[in-house]
Write a protein that binds this ligand. Structure first.
Ligand SMILES: [Zn+2]
Length: 290
């Protein structure tokens, strides 16, 4: 896992002061997080993420560049629009901060800058998917189409440069995308038969194609297993009781709420990317297969 001799994993490049390097990486992450916020709020409405310029969603007042500095502006404005004084969602600085941390963590722990970039973009897409699915119960094609193309192209680049970085090689990426999309479709189909209603959206299928292309078949199946297990536990212990109590209070008949499955699959993919191979090896050894 070590890079060229004398280069420490995750260190700033030779000749660049560490504070400047990490400041730049964090700033890049925050700016990409800022763009991710635009994608999260516009794609579900089928709006362009390029034009028009950012506006306050409430009073439509255009937002100047100095009111749009990641994290800092929200703090300076104390979370309120300068026009209408209504609160600006904490989602904006939270996503910017989260993505800044993701990019710093990716560059601090990856064996090469190429791997760091691949990890950072992959996790950024997954954060976008999870937040959009949680807020709007949908996974925009913008994330998954871009993700699929990015992952395939970079898997070819990785092979050409001899730098795999924990991602699937092109052949495994192809099979992984099919396995991910196929497995989640089968689970959704069975769920539909049992629950007698749509259990999974097509967005979950496209998400698992992306995850499959990144991780390859075994870790993709593990992602679905982890995501479904955590999702089912949270659903039965938190979501169902909470909505049952709410419907009792409101005096309306109880109906099982929708599950934004991507909220569980996306973090499961990150966990599996980081620890999946160790988990699979441990499990195979336990059941005596290796
Ligand atoms: Zn406003």
């Amino acid at each position: 896992m070590s890079a060229a001799a004398g280069v420490v994993i995750g260190a700033a490049p030779v000749g660049i002061p560490p504070w400047m390097w990490w400041g730049t990486v964090a700033l890049w992450g925050a700016l990409i997080g800022s763009f991710l916020n635009v994608c999260i709020s516009r794609w579900p409405m089928e709006l362009s993420v390029v034009a028009p310029r950012s506006r306050c969603p409430r009073c439509q007042r255009p937002i100047a560049w100095y009111e749009n500095v990641p994290i800092a502006s929200w703090i300076v404005l104390r979370g309120r629009c300068r026009g209408c004084r209504l609160p600006i969602s904490v989602q904006y600085p939270a996503v910017e901060l989260a993505i800044a941390l993701v990019w710093v963590a990716a560059f601090a722990t990856s064996p090469s800058p190429l791997t760091a970039l691949r990890v950072a973009v992959f996790v950024t897409i997954l954060v976008g998917v999870a937040v959009t699915d949680a807020l709007y119960y949908l996974i925009p094609d913008g994330f998954t189409v871009f993700g699929l193309c990015w992952i395939f192209v970079l898997s070819v680049v990785g092979v050409l440069l001899g730098d795999r970085g924990g991602f699937a090689v092109p052949y495994d990426a192809l099979i992984g995308a099919c396995v991910g999309a196929g497995a989640i479709s089968i689970i959704g189909w069975i769920g539909e038969v049992i629950l007698k209603k749509e259990a999974m959206g097509f967005g979950d299928v496209t998400l698992m194609a992306v995850v499959g292309a990144a991780l390859g078949p075994p870790r993709t199946l593990l992602t679905i297993f982890v995501g479904a297990t955590v999702g089912a536990v949270v659903f039965m212990l938190v979501v169902i009781p909470a909505s049952w109590i709410r419907s009792r209070r409101a005096g309306v008949p109880f109906e099982a709420p929708l599950v934004p499955f991507g909220v569980f699959l996306a973090p499961a993919a990150v966990v599996t990317f980081l620890w999946g191979n160790r988990l699979i090896t441990w499990y195979l050894a336990r059941i005596g297969l290796t």
